[in-house]
Design a protein around this ligand. Structure first.
Ligand code: SAM
Length: 263
């Protein structure tokens, strides 16, 4: 019996209905698939049943990775990397039109999402993401302007991805049972017509400057970003007395565009 490691966010998905639901959102047959954190293989076995073209698995845990290599050694289309997904070169290793699936380790789930958003080539080599997050993080990704969870994660994600569907998952669907609820989000990459991102790290930087001063007026953030903050604000019709949560996603895109052009 495997002893789940808390440090690696090991909550294994045991609920067959949820496993099937994830599989149904993933269009596996004849597609290239990457599974992040396959663990004990609960999802992996179902993925293989659906006959993917090629399946890459990236698992950090040495023991689990060894078990998977052993279990799937006769499948020529399955490749297992015993690696940390945060260090793994996803962009280089996946094929075009890959579907990325993962019941993510919650301690690094937003870092994984950001890594996918940072792909250099856009549209990227993945065509769909089916990822499970802790509900609290999913709420931040889904948050729209005006909602209590609105912030950086919603803004950065909206620049590059569209959430096409989502559903909640109860803690009882896992072993061990986590303390929190989960949500599966299904994303597709987009080219946002309001913001042709030159470098997503600029938007990350800008949103960080604003939201690390969440309760302050945005004139402080403008001063950090621009030599002539008042002029810039006037040009893009933004009031400097607002707080960061009162700017829409499009307004953040406008600031980022202006910042990128001023570099
Ligand atoms: N997919 C399995 C399931 O649904 O039952 C396991 C999901 S569990 C929430 C997360 C998995 O990711 C674990 O197997 C864990 O060892 C693995 N993991 C944790 N951190 C990782 C990392 N940085 N890179 C790759 N895998 C990681």
């Amino acid at each position: 019996m495997i002893k789940p490691k808390k440090s690696l966010g090991q909550n294994f998905l045991t609920d067959k209905n949820i496993i099937n639901k994830i599989i149904n959102f993933s269009e596996i047959n004849k597609n290239n698939i990457l599974e992040i954190g396959p663990g004990t293989g609960n999802l992996t076995r179902k993925i293989i049943e659906k006959k993917p073209k090629k399946l890459l698995l990236v698992e950090k845990d040495n023991l689990l990775s060894r078990n998977l290599k052993n279990e799937f050694k006769n499948f020529n289309n399955v490749k297992i990397y015993n690696n940390d997904i945060l260090k793994f070169d996803i962009e280089k290793n996946i094929n075009k039109d890959t579907i990325i699936i993962g019941n993510l380790p919650y301690n690094v789930s937003s870092q994984i999402l950001i890594k996918l958003i940072r792909f250099k080539k856009w549209l990227p080599k993945f065509k769909r993401l089916v990822l499970m997050f802790q509900k609290e993080v999913a709420d931040k990704i889904l948050a729209s302007y005006g909602s209590e969870h609105y912030g950086r994660l919603a803004i950065i994600t909206a620049a590059k991805l569209k959430v096409v569907d989502y559903f909640d998952v109860s803690p009882n669907s896992f072993y061990p049972v986590p303390k929190v609820k989960s949500t599966v989000l299904i994303f597709e990459p987009i080219i946002n017509k309001d913001y042709k991102v030159k470098n997503i790290e600029n938007l990350e930087k800008i949103s960080h400057i604003f939201f690390s001063r969440k309760r302050k007026m945005i004139n402080k953030a403008f001063k950090i970003l621009f030599k002539e903050p008042e002029e810039v604000a006037k040009k893009i019709h933004i009031k400097l007395s607002l707080r960061p949560t009162r700017l829409t996603i499009c307004e953040y895109f406008k600031i980022a565009k202006f910042f990128e052009n001023s570099l």
